[in-house]
Design a protein around this ligand. Structure first.
Ligand SMILES: Cc1cc2nc3c(=O)[nH]c(=O)nc-3n(C[C@H](O)[C@H](O)[C@H](O)COP(=O)(O)OP(=O)(O)OC[C@H]3O[C@@H](n4cnc5c(N)ncnc54)[C@H](O)[C@@H]3O)c2cc1C
Length: 445
């Protein structure tokens, strides 16, 4: 049997390879790292998580990304199974030990006899065969050039973000305290998954002044697209209004200062565990384009971080994605070159989970094709189906921008209550319907 070739062993390519091998079809997985590096990846491992260590909410009743987790688990996904094995306490979120996670994904793929991992950059788009392009937001320049030559459409650019990471032992715990917002989580470890640094009003005002005054790095030439709204640099949030951060990542709600329970903090900076050992913490939502020297000075103004040592400072970088609504059909194939499927962030989904989910789907579709069958996408009432439906046609092509999974992508329920108050009924109805429909879709294979 002819193998399926996959370009890119990231979150999407790794999941696609696993799904194809599970269907009994051979796979060649091409990965350019470590020979060709990207500015964000640090290793040669498969499925490296380049920024946050979180797969976000694991609530499969009230949250759309939690529902996507559920669907990937139901479909025997490698990424979710590995994430579950390397889970770290993070309240209601699914955070993982990133190094152990990537090493385990790599080991699982290497152990699978139907998968060959082939080192080296693929610089051209192959003319024939059954291929999946899963080269991600940092698709190599040569391959990006080859894609543009076929599509005639410029890949767009947008900005994503790296939050700074602090060595845990340098956080002053006589000032900071451990608590998840609203004490969320089943176990004590979950309820204490975050480290919180409180600010008084004068401290907050001084912090905002410093953020606004700090020296920023310029974007490189050509990096002129707008920011991705869910990932604004903190200084840009501060520029939008002095109170913006206090209503965003620094909101003080659901938290009680363990050292001064009577004193309500004016703002709170949260840090989340970044590795299994608990030696590293990232500052939640603090992506920034401040210069490194300025970052250290500004972040050390945060009470509890006066003597913080940083394992990594923040940054914001370029991402590439296709105009999928015009370029891809509902089987994720390029209309002009149907031997090429696309998967992952390069299709215009955003995030580790969404990218892996699109890898799972493209893998199953490519395997079906290799076996002489056709696999339609799951219905758009499912999280996977809602996403693929959005990128391959549901979205407005002219203004297409990367998308996270969310309930707004799901077809409305006729009898569900609208508005904020209706969410308590509506979300479980969406996820209940999604589970039924996804299970039915799986049963057809
Ligand atoms: C700086 C930055 C920060 C991010 N932060 C987050 C975050 O905090 N949370 C989140 O959910 N998402 C984040 N993302 C998005 C994240 O990259 C994606 O969610 C996810 O990694 C995408 O998965 P993917 O498989 O599509 O791409 P990737 O995981 O990047 O995998 C693509 C793979 O293809 C390889 N490759 C590229 N070109 C070639 C070629 N020509 N030949 C062979 N191999 C090639 C690359 O080396 C890479 O291994 C961030 C992205 C960037 C760039």
């Amino acid at each position: 049997m002819q193998p399926v070739n996959i370009i890119g062993a990231g979150l999407a390519g790794s999941e696609a390879a696993w799904q194809i091998a599970r269907a009994g079809v051979p796979v060649i997985l091409h990965e350019m790292r470590p020979a060709v590096a990207t500015f964000a990846h640090k290793t040669g491992d498969c499925a490296e998580m380049v920024c946050s260590n979180s797969f976000r909410s694991d609530d499969d009743v009230m949250n759309a990304v939690g529902q996507l987790h559920w669907e990937m688990r139901a479909a025997g996904g490698l990424i979710m199974a590995t994430a579950d094995r390397h889970r770290l306490p993070a309240g209601g979120a699914l955070a993982v030990d990133r190094e152990a996670f990537s090493a385990a994904v790599t080991a699982a793929l290497r152990a699978e006899t139907l998968i060959e991992i082939r080192a080296g950059e693929v610089a051209d788009l192959p003319q024939d065969g059954n291929w999946i392009v899963a080269t991600g937001p940092l698709t190599s320049d040569r391959l990006a050039g080859a894609i543009r030559a076929v599509t005639g459409t410029e890949a767009l650019a947008f900005f994503d973000a790296i939050a700074p990471i602090v060595h845990a032992e340098t956080i002053d715990m006589s000032v900071a305290w451990e608590q998840s917002r609203y004490d969320k989580g089943e176990t004590e470890a979950e309820q204490k998954a975050y480290v919180n640094c409180p600010m008084t009003r004068p401290e907050y005002e001084a912090f905002i002044d410093a953020l606004l005054a700090a020296e920023k790095t310029e974007f490189r030439e050509g990096e002129t697209a707008g920011y991705f709204d869910g990932c604004l640099p903190i200084e840009v949030m501060a520029e939008r209004g002095r109170e913006t951060l206090r209503h965003g990542p620094m909101k003080p709600v659901g938290l009680t200062n363990a050292h001064k329970p009577q004193e309500k903090p004016y703002a709170v900076v949260q840090l989340r565990r970044d590795n299994a050992l608990g030696t590293l913490y990232n500052i939640v939502g603090f992506q920034t384009k401040m210069k490194y020297g300025a970052q250290t000075a500004v972040f050390r103004m945060i009470p509890g971080l006066e003597r913080a040592a940083f394992a990594r400072l923040g940054g914001i970088h370029r991402n590439s994605f296709l105009n999928s609504p015009t370029l891809l059909d509902d089987r994720m194939r390029m209309r002009q070159r149907p031997n090429l499927r696309f998967a992952g962030q390069v299709t215009g989904v955003e995030g580790y989970v969404e990218s892996a989910a699109m890898g799972l789907l493209a893998g199953r579709m490519a395997a079906a094709q290799a076996l002489g069958r056709d696999l339609p996408p799951p219905p758009s009432t499912t999280a996977t189906g809602a996403l693929v439906n959005h990128i391959t046609g549901g979205a407005e092509a002219k203004t297409f921008q990367p998308m996270n999974v969310n309930f707004g992508l799901f077809p409305p329920l006729d009898d569900a209550r609208g508005g904020r108050r209706g969410r308590k009924d509506r979300y479980p109805a969406y996820t209940g319907r999604a589970k039924d429909d996804f299970s039915a879709w799986l049963a057809t294979q």
